[in-house]
Design a protein around this ligand. Structure first.
Ligand code: AMP
Length: 194
C-alpha cells in the first residue's frame, strides 16, 4: 500500500493515517511529527523549521526533501507506507515522483504516474476544521495560526488535488463524519470494494 494523505489541517489525516498504518502494518510517516521531533531535539533542521511552523507557514521545500528521502529509505518502508502531510506543494510532488523511482518502497516505478500510489483527500468544511483545531490544543493551534494554515493549504496544497485527479490516483473521501465512519469508508474504498 502506497498512500498519501492530503486534506486541510484538522481533517483527521494523522488519526486516520495512524489507524490504517496499524491495521496494515506499514509505517505512518508524518513530516509534521518528524519536524516537531527535530524542533524538540533542537537539531539544525529543527532550529530552521520552528519559526515557520509557529507562524503557520510551510517549511521551505528544500528542508523537507532530505528528511523524506532518508525516511523512505529505511527498511520498514520497503513494503509500503502512508505519508501524512507530504507532499504539500507542487514542487514537493514533483520531487516525490523522482524519489519513488529510487526508493525500495516505490515498487520499481519508472515514474510517479506508473506507481500504485493513491492520494487520499479528506474533505471537511472550514467551520468544522476551526472548531476541531481549537479543541486539539497543539502549539500551532491558536486561532491566528489556524487561519493562516488554512489559507496556506488552499493556496499551496489544494492544487495537488487536481494533480493527482488528472492521473487518476485521487481518492476523495468526505471527512465530515465520525472517525469510525471515515475509517470504514477509507478501508472500503482503498481495498477496492467501493
Ligand atoms: P502537520 O502536523 O502536518 O500539520 O504539520 C505541522 C507543520 O509542519 C506545518 O504547518 C508546516 O509548518 C510543517 N510541515 C509539515 N509537513 C510539511 C511539508 N510537507 N512541507 C512544508 N512544511 C511542512
Amino acid at each position: 500500500m502506497q498512500l498519501i494523505f492530503m486534506g486541510p489541517p484538522g481533517a483527521g489525516k494523522g488519526t486516520q493515517a495512524q489507524l490504517l498504518a496499524d491495521l496494515w502494518k506499514i509505517p505512518h510517516i508524518s513530516t509534521g511529527d518528524i519536524l516537531r521531533a527535530c524542533v524538540v531535539a533542537k537539531t539544525p533542521l529543527g532550529e530552521k523549521a520552528k519559526a515557520y511552523m509557529d507562524a503557520g507557514e510551510l517549511v521551505p521545500d528544500g528542508l523537507l526533501m532530505d528528511i523524506v528521502q532518508e525516511r523512505m529509505n529505511q527498511p520498514d518502508a520497503k513494503a509500503g507506507w502512508i505519508l501524512d502531510g507530504f507532499p504539500r506543494t507542487v514542487p514537493q510532488a514533483a520531487f516525490f515522483d523522482t524519489l519513488l523511482c529510487d526508493v525500495p518502497g516505490g515498487g520499481g516505478a519508472k515514474s510517479g504516474k506508473d506507481c500504485a500510489l493513491r492520494a487520499v483527500n479528506l474533505d471537511v468544511p472550514d467551520n468544522v476544521l476551526v472548531t476541531r483545531l481549537l479543541s486539539r490544543g497543539r502549539q500551532d493551534d491558536n486561532e491566528q495560526t489556524i487561519r493562516r494554515r488554512l489559507q496556506v493549504y488552499r493556496e499551496q496544497t489544494e492544487p495537488l488535488i487536481e494533480f493527482y485527479r488528472d492521473r487518476e490516483q485521487l481518492v476523495a473521501v468526505d471527512g465530515d463524519r465520525s472517525m469510525q465512519e471515515v475509517t470504514a469508508q477509507l478501508q472500503q474504498v482503498l481495498s477496492g470494494n467501493s
